[in-house]
Design a protein. Structure first.
Lengths: 188, 273
């Protein structure tokens, strides 16, 4: 094995450790942390790892917390340093798999409705309104409990005025644009 | 003359109304597009030649500044509407009301890519934990009962406080006056000295201390600062007797950076000289 190949192999292993094992309160690794541990060529290391993970139906997801980069296809190093990197599922989960993960079909539908409703209201919606829309199809106690669960998991957040916003986990795990497109394109 | 005054009063009222309107928009109680920007700019332009006093010009500037914020909000609104994520909220709400829970879940599973993470203890950390546990003293030994001693409270004298470094031998005013005396001695024939030549000392710590005292010396009117912005030079000029600038309402803040790099530069220069 060439020295260069051995070096990248070591860096990929290190990146796996950093990305798969939670190091902070929330999962994910900041770009600057990766730069510190892997060197300034960390985007290349991540690309190599992403190619490898694709075979396992996983991918490295980059979330730009401080707004979209000027060129989304080719973000600058500075923008990448501020981004957060997660390992997520590349493909889709089946309903049976989600059940095994502890998510009932109602919980998933509730989460989809909550996220879509917040997006439709321009990024924030009163909790009362979200509860009302969930209660149309779920028992009242379940609607309230589910919202609390989504907050705990980091999908949504609530401020002191009971306004709900999308939180870090939605940004990391949900393709918001595709969600809206699919909902609008589905025959009801 | 009176018609001019009337126009001015009217103009001030208009500006205040513009500021209020823009403030309501900024607070979210009004739609940014209710503000007719062209109309407001016309009003601001019309009254501008009337403004002579600083407070009138400030009001004019505030109105312009608030208007700029409103224009920014209008821009953001347009940007949001033009993004691909924007969809008619009513349409979307209607859709989610009509879709069955199963359909919603099915859609969501297509766009949901959960984070993958492990929570696992390694052999290394397990060994470290065992080592720590072995060396950990029993709680009865770690939390031994400490017998509290009762000590009668006494009164400390000033000299004792000075000895324990709670108090300084000299008062703050005494220190400032000592520095003032030094400044009077060190100024040249032109009655002033370069700021850095005065505050800089053999160590950076002493330099910071002297800069700190100098700032109070100037604030309390023992000396004046003469700033030459074009030459990037600051001079200190001692006063014959302290004159309160606060009473004269002549207080102006002049920030002077006393950085380590600056001090190093001064020291190098002093060595050469």
């Amino acid at each position: 094995m060439s020295r260069r190949k051995a070096l990248y192999s070591r860096k990929i292993k290190r990146a796996v450790h950093l990305l798969f094992f939670r190091r902070h309160r929330k999962p994910g690794v900041k770009g600057w942390e990766l730069r510190k541990k892997l060197g300034s060529d960390y985007p290349k290391v991540l690309k190599l790892l992403d190619n490898y993970l694709a075979k396992l139906d996983l991918k490295i997801n980059t979330v730009f917390e401080e707004g979209q980069p000027t060129s989304p296809e080719n973000p600058s190093l500075e923008e990448l340093d501020k981004a957060i990197f997660y390992v997520t599922l590349r493909g889709e989960l089946t309903p049976t798999e989600t059940k095994m993960m502890g998510w009932r079909i109602d919980d998933i539908a509730g989460l989809a409705i909550t996220i879509t409703y917040i997006i439709s209201k321009g990024g924030k919606a009163p909790r009362e309104e979200v509860e009302r829309i969930l209660k149309e199809k779920l028992p009242g106690w379940r609607a309230e409990m589910n919202i609390d669960r989504y907050i705990r998991a980091g999908y949504i957040t609530q401020d002191e005025n009971d306004q709900l916003y999308l939180d870090w986990r939605t940004r990391a795990e949900v393709d918001e644009k595709m969600l809206i497109d699919l909902i609008l394109g589905t025959e009801s | 003359m009176s018609s001019k005054r009337k126009t001015k009063r009217l103009g001030i009222e208009q500006l205040q109304r513009i500021i209020e309107l823009c403030r309501s928009v900024e607070e979210g109680s009004l739609d940014p597009f209710l503000v007719d920007v062209d109309d407001i700019i016309e009003i601001i332009k019309r009254y501008f030649p009337e403004w002579k006093k600083p407070e009138e010009l400030c009001l004019d500037a505030e109105a312009l500044n608030r208007l700029a914020s409103v224009i920014k909000m209008q821009g953001e609104w347009v940007k949001n509407r033009s993004t691909s994520l924007y969809t008619d909220p009513f349409l979307l709400e209607e859709k989610i009301r009509k879709l069955e829970a199963e359909q919603m879940a099915e859609i969501f599973l297509k766009v949901w890519h959960p984070i993958v993470e492990f929570e696992q203890i390694s052999q290394h950390s397990l060994l470290e934990a065992i080592k720590y546990w072995k060396n950990l003293l029993p709680i009865s030994e770690r939390w031994k009962n400490v017998e509290a001693q009762i000590i009668k409270a006494g009164i400390a004298t000033r000299s004792e406080l000075v000895k324990e470094l709670f108090l300084d031998e000299r008062t703050f005013t005494e220190k400032i006056e000592e520095l003032w005396e030094e400044l009077k001695e060190r100024v040249g024939e032109n009655g002033k000295i370069k700021y850095w030549d005065f505050v800089a000392a053999e160590t950076f710590e002493k330099t910071v201390k002297r800069a700190y005292l100098t700032s109070f010396m100037v604030t309390h009117g023992y000396a004046n600062l003469e700033v030459h912005p074009l030459e990037d030079k600051v001079y200190l000029k001692p006063n014959k007797r302290p004159t309160s600038l606060v009473k004269k309402k002549e207080v102006v803040s002049i920030p002077i950076s006393v950085s380590y790099d600056e001090w190093l530069k001064w020291r190098e220069k002093a060595k050469i000289e």
